[in-house]
Design a protein around this ligand. Sequence first.
Ligand code: PMP
Length: 467
Amino acid sequence: MNPPRNSTAARDVASVLHPYTELKSHLTKGPVVIARGEGVRVWDDQGKDYIESVAGLWCAALGFSNERLVEAATAQMRRLPFYHAFTAKSYEPLIDLSEMLLERAPPSVDGAPMSKVFFANSGSEANDSAVKMVWYYNNAVGRPRKKKIIARLKGYHGVTVAAASLTGLPNNHRLFDLPIAGVLHTMTPHHYHGAEPGESEEDFATRCAEELEALILREDPETVAAMFAEPIMGAGGVILPPATYFEKIQAVLRKYDVLLVADEVICGFGRTGNYWGSQTYGIQPDILTCAKALSASFLPISAVMVNDRVFQGLAEGSSQVGTFGHGFTYSGHPVSAAVAIETLRIYDEMNLVEHAATVGAHMQAGLRERFAEHPLVGEVRGTGLIAGVELVEDKAARRNFDPARKLGARLMALGEQNGVILRAMPGDSIGFSPPLVITEAEVDEMLDRFGRALDALAVEIRREGIA
Ligand code: PMP
């Protein structure tokens, strides 16, 4: 283990409680201190550059520098640095951003447009807000028993109490006394691991839908309110739905009048090669949550879009009790909203969807050509500018390495040595979700650096006699 390299590192160890970090070993290993960023790269405090293969946390969609966003923020800070939307107050950036999101939203159920937008600060807050809206809605329309929420094993919806309960990953539940009551998890739609030998994607999707229906019937449909789903499951390992999955899932949900919440926190704004992941997979959500790329992550902001049926229910409820008693001090913060507006304009000008589809196709082809046959790689998967490369010990049996060997973490460290910041997820899946502005040449460089790290890992493993 390396001791902290310099005084910045030592001060970090002495003072910072890091999210998503092994806290005890951090005391001896210390941090990587990132000092600045430009384009798709960041530099550490020693001057070493790294390509950011996950855009930070799947979020820095315009990379790590953009003067127009700096201008948008400072201009709004000068004009009106803070106001709020409580008690019917409003301001132009709030209205403009709501209109822009509704204009760009995917169609809701039966092709109806989304109706209204609520703002929060993070993906977790957006999803917690959506949970509360579902509960409020069902109370307002006289269905007080219809409250349970279904999510999926390996889904990721955030870390606040309700959102962490929806998240289907053990580390977000263990030791936290989660999930809360009334949150249920259905199976992960990962064909590579979940399918029976010879089972087609379509047949596997049918089985996923049957399991969902069995769960709803077991719980009693009168008690099941909503299902949350990411179009592509991100932090759970970049898991793409099998062909026909959402068509079949939505048929079940409609049969039992269960609302569908699309969590577009990663997939929204071009990531999958369409504006929304919902468009890539034919999802017609009742509620949509988004964050991250909404402001290119220059400032925190998230949004919840609701269709008119849900909005009418919320309006009815608020007239029963006197107010819609939910909202954050910084719901639709004007500076964040101004940055988000400018971000969406930049996306339009750069033909975001076309760019993500073209450069995405280049990244997908490069990953498959270079790594699908690599001795450590079991599956390369993805679409647009999101991909996963899963490491396995036994390709034929599709068996992962023992998690105790921490292959993913070791590959991340080797990536850093080779100038690429990688993100390892459960099951030793490496996620790729670079800034959407990445060029084909930068993709090639990112894959070169990743390839060097992967080959170095293969050499280490051979030496250890593990594989
Ligand atoms: N939903 C999804 C799909 C996410 O990927 C994330 C964050 N990675 C969240 C919700 C939570 O967002 P935040 O970290 O901003 O709370």
